[in-house]
Design a binder for this molecule. Structure first.
Ligand SMILES: Nc1nc2c(ncn2[C@@H]2O[C@H](COP(=O)(O)OP(=O)(O)OP(=O)(O)O)[C@@H](O)[C@H]2O)c(=O)[nH]1
Ligand SMILES: [Mg+2]
Length: 272
């Protein structure tokens, strides 16, 4: 078995650990579309001879029996904030055990309190009816406000030009992408660009993808807490102002009283 930077943990233990972990970034998609390749790219792990990728890459003709884990996780830093990447098992697009995998993924998702983003990894190019159905399933199962689509395995021209990429979208795909505010991006690969150019193209892709992740707002809950705090702030500000006004008035009244008493005592004014 290949040694990776990740310890292979018992699933139950991993589920327990999740609850205390950082905001999660779910990487989801069909089998062999490039989820682990993408996860490694986000972690800065890509090179022509990738001896020890953080997430194991599937062989082109891999054996399904080797793939028993539902997911693997590791930490990712974006601008000094920590996130947990969850690289999930490939969902079979049209096989009978699909439900079981969807359910397993749901269980993992339920355990995580704070999910930053769901990244759907889709193979670019012309889509079969099966693939379209599968993509619809993904879009209905996860919140659109937190979804990003990454297209993989496309021609160089499509990596380099979003206008060219858009030409490959049919109406269904365009509509789905609009429903997530057009948060989509195309993943480059080293085989297309060669090692030198490839590294800078991938670095810029990773940078853009990280920005896209950050553009997704924090949890609704934290927004509410903030608003509550703000309102409290406004209320206490007005109370503070009222207090200041009251004490100011007391000071003026006291000084006026002293002046009157002095004037009375020096017979400058008489009180009848
Ligand atoms: N040409 C090309 N090949 C890619 C790209 N992304 C991934 N691959 C190849 O596709 C195969 C599968 O990649 P993985 O990253 O393991 O895919 P995965 O989605 O994690 O696969 P599972 O975990 O088995 O579902 C590997 O041989 C990769 O080298 C890409 O953008 N272009
Ligand atoms: Mg994988």
């Amino acid at each position: 078995m290949t040694e990776t930077a990740l310890d292979v943990m018992d699933e139950k233990q991993m589920l327990m650990n999740y609850e205390a972990k950082y905001p999660a970034i779910f990487i989801l998609g069909a089998k062999g579309v490039g989820k682990s390749t993408l996860s490694n790219m986000l972690l800065g792990s890509y090179s022509e001879v990738n001896v020890s990728p953080i997430f194991p890459i599937s062989d082109r003709d891999y054996d399904d029996d080797e793939k028993e884990e539902t997911y693997r996780t590791t930490e990712l830093n974006i601008k000094d904030e920590k996130y947990t990447i969850i690289d999930t098992i490939g969902i079979p697009e049209s096989e009978s055990n699909t439900d079981e995998i969807w359910n397993k993924l749901k269980q993992v998702e339920k355990k995580i309190k704070n999910i930053k983003a769901y990244i759907f990894v889709l193979e670019g190019g012309r889509l079969t009816q099966h693939e379209l159905l599968f993509i619809h399933q993904l879009f209905t199962r996860y919140p659109k406000s937190r979804t990003i689509v990454v297209f993989t395995k496309v021609r160089k021209a499509l990596v380099l030009s979003s206008t060219e990429m858009k030409k490959t979208f049919n109406t269904q795909i365009s509509t789905l992408l609009q429903s997530i505010n057009d948060r989509w991006i195309v993943m480059p690969s080293l085989d297309l660009f060669g090692n030198n150019e490839g590294k800078s193209v991938i670095a810029s892709f990773v940078n853009d993808l990280k920005k896209m992740i950050l553009s997704i707002e924090g949890k609704e809950g934290s927004k509410k807490v903030k608003l509550k705090g703000d309102t409290r702030g406004v209320k206490s500000q007005s109370t503070e102002l009222g207090k200041k006004f009251f004490y100011g008035f007391l000071v003026v009244a006291f000084i006026t009283l002293i002046i009157i008493m002095i004037l009375v005592s020096t017979n400058k004014i008489t009180v009848k």
